[in-house]
Design a protein around this ligand. Structure first.
Ligand code: BTN
Length: 267
């Protein structure tokens, strides 16, 4: 079914006030995050979205690359000007990850969230999010939220098969990418408005935890010499993962550069 992506088809399913109302969609770009950065420098309006069929330099977290096969995936980035301090911007990854999860749930797909922001299906990664910011120490200039969703991928590269999946692989059918995109954006905007009321996750914490695959599980926090193992309990209003150590103390873990692994695999 790999037909041309239709921006009109997304827009007719959007219920957002500003998110995705201005949308660019190209066949091939370097990275949609980079395209949004350029638009931010030209003062594009909040919610401006850039999508692409193929990214030649798609970027993931921690310097990894991100693969976007033509006609099968969703790669999109959007622009925000949040009214909060720079140290709050990383919470927008959780706001977006939750929105993708809620959008998938609305479509009947039983996804979960792996802290901080991977959306997972059957214990494997379905969606990744890369949030980038330009800011002074005191003030955010703009935030770019980039989202990659493995929608209709028929094959996952061999080296990723243990950890990554697609909607097609888990459900055995193709999904309309425009519907998946619109559902996610509708939820992300609602979450963003809740986030903006308090500049933290207090209004989204319970909903986020209802999707959290790590809850009650043993996790390994990889942070170089400060790595440790414990049981994930949930998140706090700052979006930090609460991990109970063996001595009973509960340690809040900040997303930053740490990586979280299940003791027996990806989740
Ligand atoms: C991760 O490592 O999990 C984050 C992956 C983020 C990929 C998306 S695809 C759209 C946007 N453009 C990029 O270059 N990266 C993000």
């Amino acid at each position: 079914m790999s037909r041309r992506f239709s921006v009109e088809r997304v827009q007719e399913q959007l219920t957002t006030r500003f998110l995705g109302r201005k949308m660019y969609y190209e066949e091939t770009v370097d990275s949609t995050n980079l395209r949004i950065r350029e638009l931010a420098k030209a003062q594009a309006p909040a919610g401006t979205l850039y999508g692409a069929e193929v990214q030649t330099a798609g970027r993931g977290r921690r310097g990894r690359s991100w693969h976007t096969p033509a006609g099968e995936a969703l790669a999109m980035s959007f622009l925000l000007y949040p009214d909060c301090a720079p140290d709050r911007a990383s919470m927008l990854s959780l706001v977006a990850g939750l929105g993708v999860a809620q959008g998938c749930q609305e479509l009947g797909i039983p996804v979960q969230v792996k802290w901080p922001n991977d959306v997972v299906l059957s214990g494997k990664k379905l969606c990744g999010i890369l949030t980038e910011m330009q800011a002074d120490p005191e003030k955010i200039h703009f935030v770019v939220v980039g989202i990659g969703i493995n929608v209709n991928l028929k094959e996952i590269p061999e080296e990723l098969q243990q950890v990554a999946t697609s909607l097609y692989q888990e459900t055995g059918r193709e999904w309309e990418r425009e519907t998946v995109m619109a559902c996610a954006l509708n939820h992300i905007e609602k979450n963003y408005e809740i986030f903006q009321q308090t500049a933290d996750l207090s209004g989204l914490q319970k909903e986020y935890e209802s999707f959290l695959v790590n809850c009650g599980r043993q996790v390994r926090i990889e942070a170089g010499k400060d790595s440790f193992t414990g049981t994930a309990m949930g998140i706090n209003p700052m979006g930090e993962l609460l991990v109970k150590r063996e001595d009973g103390s509960v340690c809040p873990v900040c997303a930053g550069e740490v990586s979280v692994r299940g003791l027996y695999g990806y989740v």
